[in-house]
Ligand binder design. Structure first.
Ligand code: NDP
Length: 283
């Protein structure tokens, strides 16, 4: 029997509607994005975020800075946005040009405005089991699992990929929900042995169809984070679509995790706005 499709597009619409409602209840929310240089993919991502922010009724500021900007100048721009009370959420589009120290830039963002959840303070809180702002992709995956009622308590979860923005934070979120979590990566031996054990299998690798149907347990929930460019504009996941014959639930690519990411970054902006208003007596 074919898997039930976890519809990320429809769920992202729902999240966006919730965000718009929250923005209106809060009486406005401010987002600022910083894009350095002219990487075409980064421009597309920033435009999508601005469209989503505007659709939700946020005030969105779009700073586009030259690719040869000096590090100190970028740091002082971030500092100004940190201080600016009209900015609730601040994100710096990655990757940055090579001459800039990405870690130094990330650490300059005020943690309470870090809607990408990548500041070490926010990563540390997640590690300690007290998450506040968490990266959008893993947050979106958790929302998908919850929306479809996938049991996590005591489940065997296998996350393939250990990046700081997807695999690691997702593994922590699953652990916090009492799943038994295994993290696999490029040095994992006999990947199939691990994936076949998974009740919840997440692929966040960046290798087209790395996970074949023979690596999926019957009845598993399969979340495919991969977005791998093929010929033309076609995008392929990390999981072979034939795995849907075995899985009970599976995300499609495209239309699965992809649309959730930006929706969850918008939700993070609302989260940041709420907690800032709680601590700021002026509001
Ligand atoms: P990274 O390249 O940062 O990380 C990839 C991870 O996969 C690494 O941990 C790497 O291991 C591991 N890996 C590589 N090859 C293998 C292998 N053969 N077997 C097992 N593990 C392997 O990627 P990201 O986490 O940034 O992204 C992963 C995928 O998700 C990409 O396709 C990306 O486009 C997509 N993505 C999609 C998003 C969305 O919104 N849908 C958002 C973010 C990413 P090691 O650590 O040992 O190198």
């Amino acid at each position: 029997m074919a898997a039930i499709t976890i519809d990320g597009k429809a769920l992202a619409e729902k999240v966006r509607a919730e965000v718009a409602r929250d923005v209106s209840q809060l009486g406005g929310v401010g987002l600022a994005t910083v894009l350095v240089g002219d990487d075409p993919a980064s421009h597309i991502y920033i435009d999508l975020k601005h469209k989503a922010a505007q659709a939700a009724g946020m005030e969105a500021r779009d700073l586009k800075l030259p690719g040869d900007i000096a590090e100190e100048e970028l740091l002082s721009t971030i500092e100004e946005l940190n201080e600016d009370d009209s900015v609730d959420g601040l994100l710096v589009q990655l990757p940055l040009p090579d001459h800039l120290d990405e870690n130094r830039i990330i650490e300059a963002i005020a943690p309470q405005k870090d809607i990408d959840g990548i500041h070490p303070f926010n990563a540390g809180r997640l590690y300690l089991g007290r998450p506040t702002l968490v990266p959008g992709t893993p947050l979106g995956v958790m929302r998908m699992l919850d929306e479809y009622g996938i049991p996590l308590e005591g489940a065997r979860a296998v996350v393939v990929g250990r990046s700081a923005i997807v695999g690691k934070p997702l593994a922590h979120l699953l652990l916090q929900r009492n799943a038994t979590v295994t993290i696999c990566h490029s040095r994992t031996q006999d990947l199939q042995r691990h994936t076949l054990d998974a009740d919840v299998l997440v692929a966040a690798v960046g290798r087209t169809h790395l996970i074949g149907a023979d690596m999926v347990k019957a009845g598993a929930t399969v979340i495919d984070v991969g977005m791998n460019r093929g010929e033309g504009k076609k995008v392929y996941g990390d999981v072979d679509p034939s795995a849907a014959e075995l899985a009970a639930y599976m995300t499609p690519v495209p239309g699965g995790v992809g649309p959730m990411t930006i929706a969850m970054v918008m939700q993070n902006t609302v989260t940041a706005a709420r907690s800032r208003r709680l601590v700021s007596p002026a509001n």
